[in-house]
Design a protein around this ligand. Structure first.
Ligand code: NAD
Length: 377
């Protein structure tokens, strides 16, 4: 493949930068489609070691200085959630296209400001909803198109870890991450669900959050892998359960336009087995994504059809394979070769769900997205 060579820089040199972004960028770098000019992190050791690990010529502890000196035309923002807006806007204003890790923002108003800044700058702002390229969602999207379950009106989605709190960085601290399991796991499933159902508008959320298990501080063995760092961590900061200030469990219900109800449960800690569940029910049939099963009548018979899925894509089985497909897609979008898959209106819908969830959990009552500050259709 040939095309423009982009001058890329990364802000935030933690787990996802080193485990997912850099291996994906390397695929493009090998083909001469990007050069990685610099990285930045407020922790010097993270910036320096990332630059050394990946043979990147410059590293900074001040991302703004990096933007001014390096003048990249592509920036990947891999910091904890609370600083996504600041660095995405700074990079857009510095003239770069931006890939920002999910969730790009915690409030609808912030996300809108970010997309408006991108529009004014004539640059791409991309939410890293990488899960759209994961094997289960690849299957689900194809099965939804082929299986004809008809118009979906009910979904039951859960991403449950019995005990899988990310302990390598800032995930567990509200001042850095804004939220816990809903931001980490829920955002992926909600984005995927809305995408494959045609982006029905999130109208209301009724949710609850808890932190009771983590706060008990029992001497439970934690697995880095089971908490989402599949190939380990890089220069992690020490975890202290006393700092835990987000939710370990998020559960509730969302109403989508068109009389569509979604039950959800996203947990880092809950006394039930670790599991993923993604069920979509429509007027003609149902689809269980994790069991690869289609529920659809055949003549007078109720049938349960197991669908065979073969992941024949080039990075099948590779940790964070989804990021690799996503980077290639974003490159092609920038080059005008592919239509962007993750659209601003979809990301805004997801962010509305995030904000409404936290507001609802705080108030302990249902929240309408149309009542969120600045919300407009
Ligand atoms: N798409 C996915 O599948 C996926 C998976 C894991 C994490 N993520 C997202 O990636 C982001 C980072 O997660 P992580 O696991 O790499 O966390 P991490 O803690 O390992 O890394 C974050 C890095 O950002 C640095 N940092 C913190 N505040 C900063 C600031 N204001 N400016 C510059 N650097 C700053 C930290 O020092 C740290 O090195 C989060 O938003 C998370 O939701 C996405």
């Amino acid at each position: 493949m040939s095309g423009k060579k982009y001058r890329l820089a990364i802000i935030g040199c933690g787990m996802i930068c080193n485990a997912a972004h850099m291996p994906s960028i390397n695929e493009l770098r090998r083909e001469g489609l990007v050069e990685v000019a610099a990285v930045a992190d407020i922790r010097e050791i993270a910036a320096r070691e990332t630059a050394q690990r990946w043979e990147i010529p410059r590293w900074y502890t001040d991302p703004q200085k990096m933007l001014e000196e390096i003048k990249p035309d592509w920036v990947s923002v891999c910091t904890p959630n609370v600083s996504h807006k600041q660095w995405s806007i700074a990079a857009l204003k510095a003239g770069a296209n931006v890939m920002c890790e999910k969730p790009i923002a915690l409030t609808w108003r912030d996300a809108k400001e970010m997309f408006d800044t991108a529009d004014r700058a004539g640059k791409l702002l991309w939410a890293c909803q990488s899960r759209r390229w994961s094997a289960d969602m690849d299957f689900a999207y194809k099965a939804m198109r082929a299986g004809d379950i008809g118009k979906p009106y009910f979904a039951d989605i859960s991403f449950v870890r019995r005990f899988g709190v990310p302990t390598w960085g800032f995930f567990h601290m509200k001042e850095y991450n804004g939220g816990g399991s809903f931001c980490d796991l829920g955002v992926h499933f909600i984005d995927a669900l809305l995408w494959m159902c045609g982006n029905p508008r999130v109208k209301t959320v009724s949710g609850m959050q808890t932190d009771v298990i983590v706060k008990k501080k029992e001497d439970i063995l934690l697995s880095i892998k089971e908490s989402g760092a599949y190939i380990g961590t890089f220069t992690p900061r020490e975890y202290n359960p006393d700092e835990f200030s987000v939710e370990e469990c998020a559960a509730g219900t969302m109403r989508l336009e068109g009389n569509f109800l979604v039950n959800f449960k996203f947990t880092w800690a809950l006394n039930q087995p670790t599991q993923k569940h993604f069920l979509l029910c429509g007027e003609n049939g149902g689809l269980d994504v994790e069991k690869f099963t289609l529920y659809k009548n055949v003549g007078p018979f109720q049938a349960e059809t197991e669908l065979k899925y073969f992941d024949n894509r080039p990075f099948a089985g590779v940790a964070f394979d989804a990021h690799r497909y996503m980077y290639r897609h974003v490159y092609n979008v920038l080059e005008g070769r592919e239509e962007r898959l993750v659209k601003p209106e979809e990301t805004l819908n997801v962010v509305a769900a995030i904000e409404a969830f936290y507001e609802s959990a705080k108030r302990q009552s249902e929240v309408r997205t149309e009542d969120l500050a600045g919300y407009s259709l």
